[in-house]
Design a protein around this ligand. Structure first.
Ligand code: ME8
Length: 518
């Protein structure tokens, strides 16, 4: 295969229940993965769980179970989530798997061989919650406690640690950013990272001796690896690292896109490329850091009890409604707010009223007045041609370009502009009037143009709202074998006379009581 595409979500910590934030990143990746598959790429889409570290050990201790038992249980929640939100991931990686230990230890040895790892002493303020050391000047004194910017409490810690010579990588990283202007997206994040690196990098402590729930450092039994070396390595473990000559690795590394929240951009754009280059591997092609959700204007947090569960959202909005709302409420890359009112309004406007009504009006009219088959087609006038060109030709080009820049909102704008034009078309062409005036040929042509426009909309919507798009295509009798984007063009337009099934609604209108969010 010539065209390949690989995309990853962060691997999620097992100290949390899956919520809106995790769902967001996974859905965003899923849309990319599905789009690329339909667009002829051989795709690899990875997600999974990040299971080591002191926090996990402490939670397990509290529950009186082993960390492995704890992670088995919580990891399964994330695996279920991926399935339940219709994610089309090709693998689900867990950092407690044997294949991962091998990969981490091999990578470690490469870093040692490059001279980038050395044994050092580390002393400083350490926050268990963040699994990170902080500088003195970053901390606040609160009631005699040292509090990190994240709000986590720190304790003084002295360890003999292995260190990674990150300080030596600044210039090479800056050169990499310079040579690959698209590596860090969006632009604002790129600028932040560049100024962070320019301000000077310090060596990084990459092993821990204060707990043992981690990947053992080769030849140093007291040490386990720093969770971020362990976690980041998942992306290559899944591709079969250390076997870099394997088909999978050659095909899918470097990854085309690591999708992450802006909270973890530094790890992905500073540490990770340095580790990879030090090990003689290529960095990923792009890291996109999306923004942060709040809920009704408030930060989501367990203590506030406003953590949105994807399962509640699916109940309220349907799965496709939720998928649409996540990516359609605000531009990807920005921070945004989940407002139940706005979500309902957008879903109703676009999916129920815009698309749903268009399909309903067209298909039930065809069922009653055009023999329940794809209508026959006469001479096309300028209006017909204009709508067909938008649907069959221009839409795919524009959506492809938008998604290549992770501009989901622009993709929706393009698609729903076609929906809107088609709704205007049906009103102006008024097939019901053509029927009354006994102009069956023109009526059929208009209905044909509408059906064909719906076919194109069904095809392009598959990555975003797979169930809804599938229903629409079923109703147009579009065979499953002709649903990829190779068929999104005039050459494969609907064949007049093809029998159509009984029309059913494709997207329900959300009612007020139904959408009331607590
Ligand atoms: O950071 N808004 O795992 P994690 C948007 N294990 N996205 C959000 C969000 C919110 N309010 N809350 C969470 C970790 N996310 C590490 C990653 S990768 C090698 C290791 C999403 O469970 C967002 O993608 O804390 C964020 O980056 C991720 O969940 C953090 O998940």
């Amino acid at each position: 295969v010539s065209k390949t595409y690989s995309i990853t979500t962060p691997i999620y910590y097992v100290n949390d229940v899956p919520h809106l934030g995790h769902t967001y990143t996974t859905v965003a990746c899923d849309v990319m993965a599905r789009f690329k598959r339909l667009d002829g790429f051989d795709v690899y889409f990875l997600t999974g769980t990040d299971e080591h570290g002191q926090k996990v050990k402490q939670s397990a201790d509290k529950l009186g179970i082993t960390p492995q038992a704890l992670t088995d249980k919580v990891s399964q929640n994330f695996r279920d989530l991926a399935h339940d939100i219709n994610a089309s991931n090709d693998d689900f990686i867990r950092t407690t798997e044997d294949r991962h230990e091998v990969a981490c230890q091999t990578l470690w040895k490469k870093l040692v061989q490059s001279g980038d790892i050395y044994l050092g002493k580390h002393a400083g303020w350490y926050a268990v919650r963040d699994e990170a050391y902080y500088n003195d000047d970053e901390l606040r004194d609160v009631d005699g406690k040292k509090i990190a910017p994240s709000g986590a409490e720190c304790t003084w810690m002295e360890e003999e640690n292995y260190m990674f010579r990150l300080s030596a990588w600044g210039d090479r990283l800056l050169k990499y950013y310079d040579d690959h202007p698209d590596f860090i997206q969006p632009e604002a994040r790129r600028n932040e990272v560049i100024s962070f690196v320019k301000s000077g990098l310090r060596d990084l402590s990459v092993s821990r001796t204060i707990f043992d729930w981690g990947v053992p450092v080769p030849d140093a039994p007291k040490h386990v690896m720093y969770v971020w070396i362990d976690a980041l390595t998942n992306y290559i473990t899944a591709l079969g690292y250390p076997d870099i000559n394997a088909e999978k690795f050659k095909k899918f590394w470097p990854a085309d896109l690591h999708m992450v929240g802006k909270d973890i951009i530094r790890f992905h754009t500073v540490y990770w490329p340095a580790f990879l280059m030090s090990a003689g591997l290529l960095p990923p092609k792009r890291v996109f850091a999306h923004g942060w959700w709040t809920v009704e204007g408030v930060k989501m947090s367990k203590s506030l009890g406003n953590v949105l569960s994807p399962y509640d959202l699916m109940k309220t909005y349907t799965l496709d409604g939720m998928r649409y709302a996540l990516l359609g409420l605000f531009p990807f890359g920005n921070d945004g707010d989940f407002s139940a009112e706005l979500a309902k309004q957008k879903i109703n406007n676009h999916l129920a009223n815009g698309l749903g009504n268009l399909a309903q009006r067209t298909l039930s009219f065809v069922a009653k007045n055009a023999g329940a088959a794809v209508p026959s087609i006469g001479t096309l006038n300028a209006d017909d041609q204009k709508l067909l060109k938008a649907a069959q030709t221009d839409m795919l080009v524009a959506v492809r370009d938008a998604l290549d820049h992770q501009k989901y909102d622009r993709a929706f704008e393009t698609i729903f502009a076609v929906v809107n034009d088609a709704n205007i078309y049906i009103d102006t062409q008024a097939p019901w009037t053509l029927k009354k005036n006994n102009q069956p040929d023109r009526m059929n042509t208009v209905l044909y143009v509408l059906c064909e426009t719906l076919r194109c909309l069904g095809l392009i919507l598959q990555p975003f709202v797979p169930d809804t798009a599938g229903k629409l295509l079923d109703q147009l009798a579009v065979d499953k074998s002709v649903r990829d984007f190779g068929y999104l063009c005039g050459q494969y337009a609907l064949k007049p006379g093809t029998p159509l099934p009984e029309p059913v609604g494709i997207f329900p209108r959300l009612m007020d009581d139904n959408a009331a969010q607590k």
